[in-house]
Ligand binder design. Structure first.
Ligand SMILES: [Zn+2]
Length: 246
C-alpha cells in the first residue's frame, strides 16, 4: 500500500503568509517516504486557477505521485465557480474540492457552502473541509445541515477539529457514515480516539505543511496500531475515499 499524504498545498498563501514550491514538496516526500500527495492551493492564492494548472503540471511530470484537490473562493459568480471546479475535475483529473471555512470565510451551512456541496454532488467528488480554528464556521457541527442534505457526498474533515473540537468531529463521524477525519495538528490522544471510534478506514494521514510530515507520521506511529490499521491510516483510507488509481 503506498503512503499517501491526503492534505498538502502548493503555491503562495496571502491569508497565512506561506509559500510552497514544487521542488520543496517533492524533496520532502522523498525524504520522508511519502509515495503520493493530494495537493491543493492555499486559500490565500492570488490565482487559484494558476495553482490548479501548476498542480496538473506536477501530476503529469510525476505520474501517480500527485493528485489535485481544487480550492476556489465560492464568493463569486456561481457559474464561474462551477466552471473552474469542473475544469479541474474533468479536464485536469482532480479528485476532490476544498471548503475553506476560515481562509475563504465560508459558512458550510450558508448559500455558498451549499454551492460547494451541490457542485461536489454533481461532479461526484469528496469535499475536504477545514475544521478547528475559525469558529463558528469551522466547527465540525456546522456541517450538519449539508451532511443531512448530501448523504452520498463524502466529507473529509481536515484537522479533525484541531484537538479542541476533535470530540465534536468524532461525534459527527459517528452520526454520519460519509465523514472521515484527517487529523493534522491534533495530539496523539485525539488521533487514537478517532481510530478507536470510527475505525482506521476513516482516518487519513495528512501533513498540511511539508515540515509537519515527520511529526504527523510519528503521531500515528505512537498509537501502536496493528499493521493493517497502520496501512489504512497511512494510505489505504485515502486511496478508497478519493478513489485514487495508485
Ligand atoms: Zn491545509
Amino acid at each position: 500500500m503506498p503512503v499517501i499524504d491526503a492534505h498538502t498545498h502548493l503555491g503562495q498563501c496571502r491569508v497565512f503568509d506561506l509559500d510552497s514550491a514544487e521542488d520543496g514538496l517533492i524533496d520532502s516526500m522523498d525524504e520522508h517516504g511519502i509515495d503520493v500527495s493530494l495537493v491543493q492551493p492555499y486559500p490565500g492564492a492570488p490565482s487559484a486557477s494558476d495553482v490548479h494548472d501548476r498542480i496538473a503540471a506536477m501530476s503529469k511530470a510525476n505520474p501517480g505521485r500527485f493528485f489535485g484537490i481544487a480550492s476556489i473562493n465560492p464568493h463569486q459568480d456561481e457559474q464561474a465557480y462551477f466552471a473552474e471546479l469542473s475544469r479541474c475535475v474533468k479536464g485536469l483529473g482532480f479528485v476532490g474540492v476544498k471548503l475553506h471555512t476560515i481562509g475563504h470565510a465560508v459558512n458550510p451551512a450558508g448559500a455558498d457552502g451549499s454551492l460547494i456541496f451541490e457542485s461536489a454532488a454533481q461532479l461526484g467528488i469528496p469535499v475536504m473541509v477545514h475544521t478547528g480554528p475559525g469558529i463558528p464556521f469551522a466547527a465540525p457541527s456546522a456541517l450538519q445541515p449539508q451532511l443531512e442534505r448530501f448523504p452520498k457526498v463524502k466529507v473529509v474533515m481536515a484537522h479533525a477539529g484541531h484537538g479542541i473540537f476533535s470530540g465534536e468531529a468524532i461525534a459527527m463521524g459517528q452520526a454520519y457514515p460519509q465523514v472521515s477525519l484527517e487529523p493534522s495538528w491534533c495530539a496523539f490522544y485525539n488521533v487514537g480516539g478517532m481510530v478507536e471510534a470510527l475505525g482506521a478506514a476513516r482516518v487519513l494521514f495528512g501533513s498540511d505543511l511539508p515540515p509537519n510530515i515527520p511529526i504527523q507520521a510519528a503521531t500515528f506511529q505512537a498509537l501502536g496500531l496493528s499493521e493493517d490499521d497502520e496501512a489504512l491510516v497511512m494510505g489505504g483510507a485515502a486511496k478508497e475515499i478519493f478513489e485514487l488509481d495508485v
